[in-house]
Design a protein around this ligand. Structure first.
Ligand code: UN1
Length: 551
C-alpha cells in the first residue's frame, strides 16, 4: 500500500514483532526498525527519511532507525487522534482507568527489559532507570483508581427546584512533547492523566530515546488502548516537534504539554496563547540548595553531591547554585570535594556502582561544554573538572574506555556571585556553582535571585529557618533536609518564574491541566427563574438597640 507515495507496511501495532535491521553492534544487541504509530498502524515517514538512535555510552551501538516525520505525518497523527476522540471520551472513566491499570501491570512485567533498554539508549544508570520506570508504574496505578473518581460536584442553587452540577470534560487532542532525560516517567506524567480525562494524544518522542518510546507505546496498545488514542511520531524537535506546535495555529490541537528548555517553552506558550489553547510548560531550573551551620553536615554533603552529580546533573531538578553559609563554607567544600574527586563514572551496563554514566547524547555534551565555557567566562573559579573525559584525561574512578562514549568530568566552580551569568543560567550536566552566603537572609535572597523557580532545598536543624525558607522561597518545590531532586509521583510537580507557566504535573493537581470544568444547571420548576433577580430576599429584623454613642 502506498501512503504519501512511500511504500510502508501499515501493519497493526499488535500484530507485528520488533523487526531488526542488518547491523552488527559491538555489544551484540539488535538494531530495530522503528515506526510511527498512527491510528494503531506502524508507519514510516511519508518521504522515507530516517534517523538513528545511538547509545551515548557506546557510540558504535545503534539501537535502530526511526522515521523522520514530515508535516504530513504529524497531520495524519493529529487526524487519527481527532477521529479517536468521540469514542474514547465517551468511554466510561473507570474503563479508561482499567486500561491505564493494565499499562502499569505490563510495565511491571517488562520492567527489567525496559530498564536495560532505557539505560542503553540514554546512558543513565540502571538504578536510576529502575527508579524512573517505577515512576511510570506509580503514575499508572495512581490514575487507574482516579478513573473511578474524576469527581465533579453537586452545588446548591439559590433558586428552588433547580440543581447545579460541575463535570470535568476532556480538552480534545493533546500534543505531548518531552525531553529525553526522563523518557518514560515524564511522558507518562502527561499522557496518563490526559487519557484518563478522555483526551487523545499525539506524542512526539524525544529524538534521543525513540526506541524506548516505541516500546512504551506498544505496551500501551497491548494494555487495551484503542487505536488512535495515543499516536507516536518520531523526529527532531525542529522538525516533527515544530510541526506539532505549528498545527496549533491550524486549529488541529487543543492542548500542548511540553517539558524542555525555557526558550522553547516560551515560544510554545506564545503560539498557544494567541490561539487560546491550553499549554502545560515544565521548563528549566537553576535549583538552589542552602546549607546552614546547624545542618547535619555529612547528610548535607550527601544531598548536595547527589543533587549536583546524580543523573550526570541532567535532571531539571538537579542542583544549580549551592549556597553555603560562610561559617561552615571551608569545611563543607572540602568534604564535598573529597566525594567529587573520587566520583565513580562509567557505563552502568558494564560497571556496577557508578554514580553516573554518559551524557544523554552528544547534543547534550556539546551544550554542556558551552555551559562550562560560560562559567569560565563569568569569572568563576574552577576548582574541579576538565570537560570531556578522554583516555588521556580522565578522573581516577572512571571505568572503561572513554573513547567509546560521551562522558564528562564532574565540575565545581567557586567564587560565584550574583552578577555572574553562571549564577543565573541553567547548565544541564555535572556541574555545581558555589556561592557564599553571609547569613540566612542573604542565603534566602540568593536562592531567590535566579530567574527560575523549579526546585529548591535547605539543610538546617533550626526549625524557624526551615519555616522562613519554605515561606520565603519562590519555587514550585522545596526539600527540607533533602536534595533538590526526587519528587514523588503523587505530589504536584512544576515551577514558578522562568520554570513554567504555573501548571502542574502529577497527583490530583494534574487533572486541572487536562480537563475543563463544565457547569450545568438543571431547572426543574418548569418556569423561567432568574438567578440574582428572582431570589427570595430575607429582610433583616428591626433591632431596638441604640448603637450610637458606644464608641
Ligand atoms: C525531570 O528532570 O524532568 O524529581 C523530571 C525528580 C524526578 C523527575 C525529574 N522525579 O528529580
Amino acid at each position: 500500500m502506498s501512503w504519501y507515495g512511500f511504500a510502508c507496511p501499515m501493519t497493526h501495532v499488535l500484530e507485528a514483532g520488533f523487526e531488526t535491521i542488518d547491523r552488527e553492534n559491538p555489544n551484540g544487541s539488535p538494531s530495530i526498525r522503528g515506526y510511527n504509530i498512527i491510528g494503531g498502524k506502524l508507519t514510516q515517514s511519508s518521504d522515507g527519511s530516517t534517523f538513528e538512535s545511538t547509545n551515548p555510552a557506546w557510540l558504535d551501538d545503534c539501537l535502530g532507525e526511526f522515521p523522520l516525520s514530515t508535516e504530513g505525518d504529524v497531520h495524519e497523527a493529529l487526524a487519527a487522534a481527532r477521529a479517536a476522540f468521540p469514542s474514547w471520551s465517551s468511554t466510561p472513566a473507570p474503563t479508561r482507568g482499567q486500561v491505564i491499570g493494565n499499562m502499569g501491570r505490563l510495565l511491571m512485567e517488562h520492567k527489567e527489559d525496559l530498564v536495560r533498554l532505557q539505560a542503553r539508549e540514554i546512558g543513565k544508570t540502571l538504578k536510576e532507570c529502575g527508579g524512573e520506570i517505577q515512576e511510570a508504574i506509580d503514575t499508572c496505578l495512581f490514575f487507574q483508581s482516579e478513573g473511578r473518581r474524576l469527581y465533579g460536584q453537586t452545588v446548591n442553587s439559590e433558586l428552588p427546584d433547580k440543581e447545579l452540577f460541575t463535570y470535568r470534560r476532556p480538552l480534545g487532542v493533546c500534543g505531548i512533547i518531552n525531553a529525553c532525560n526522563f523518557p518514560s516517567a515524564v511522558p507518562f506524567w502527561k499522557m496518563i492523566p490526559a487519557i484518563m480525562c478522555g483526551n487523545t494524544c499525539v506524542w512526539k518522542s524525544p529524538q534521543d530515546s525513540p526506541l524506548l518510546s516505541f516500546a512504551l507505546a506498544r505496551i500501551m496498545h497491548e494494555a487495551g488502548l484503542p487505536d488512535g488514542v495515543i499516536n507516536l511520531i518520531h523526529g527532531k524537535g525542529s522538525g516533527a516537534g515544530q510541526h506539532l506546535v505549528d498545527a496549533v495555529d491550524l486549529g488541529m490541537v487543543n492542548k500542548i504539554s511540553f517539558t524542555g528548555s525555557t526558550g522553547v517553552g516560551k515560544m510554545i506558550g506564545e503560539v498557544c496563547g494567541r490561539n487560546l489553547v491550553s499549554a502545560s510548560l515544565e521548563l528549566g531550573g537553576k535549583n538552589p540548595l542552602v546549607i546552614m551551620p546547624s545542618a547535619d553536615i555529612e547528610n548535607a554533603v550527601e544531598g548536595a553531591y547527589w543533587a549536583g552529580f546524580g543523573t550526570a546533573g541532567q535532571r531539571c531538578t538537579s542542583l544549580g547554585n549551592l549556597i553555603i553559609h560562610e561559617e561552615i563554607y571551608d569545611e563543607f567544600v572540602e568534604r564535598l570535594m573529597t566525594k567529587v574527586r573520587s566520583t565513580s563514572i562509567g557505563d552502568s551496563m558494564r560497571n556496577e556502582d557508578v554514580l553516573y554514566g554518559s551524557m544523554l547524547s552528544e547534543r547534550y555534551a556539546i551544550d554542556f561544554l558551552k555551559g562550562i565555557e560560560m562559567c569560565e567566562a563569568s569569572g568563576a573559579t574552577k576548582i574541579w573538572g576538565e570537560g570531556r573525559i578522554t583516555n588521556g584525561n580522565k578522573p581516577e574512578n572512571f571505568h572503561g574506555d572513554a573513547s567509546e562514549g560521551v562522558y564528562m568530568w564532574p565540575h565545581v566552580f567557586t567564587d560565584v556571585t550574583e552578577d555572574m551569568e553562571c549564577f543565573h543560567e541553567e547548565i544541564f550536566g555535572p556541574v555545581v556553582t558555589i556561592v557564599k552566603a553571609r547569613d540566612f537572609e542573604h542565603a534566602l535572597h540568593l536562592a531567590n535571585a535566579s530567574p527560575y523557580g523549579l526546585s529548591s532545598a535547605i539543610y538546617t536543624n533550626d526549625r524557624l529557618e526551615a519555616y522562613r525558607y519554605k515561606t520565603g522561597i519562590k519555587a514550585g518545590m522545596t526539600g527540607i533536609n533533602n536534595s533538590t531532586t526526587g519528587a514523588e509521583a503523587h505530589l504536584p510537580f512544576g515551577g514558578v518564574k522562568g520554570s513554567g507557566n504555573g501548571t502542574r504535573e502529577s497527583g490530583i493537581w494534574v487533572i486541572e491541566a487536562y480537563s475543563y470544568w463544565h457547569a450545568v444547571n438543571d431547572e426543574l420548576s418548569g418556569k423561567l427563574q432568574l438567578a440574582q433577580m428572582d431570589v427570595d430576599e430575607i429582610e433583616m429584623e428591626e433591632a431596638d438597640a441604640d448603637y450610637a454613642g458606644l464608641a
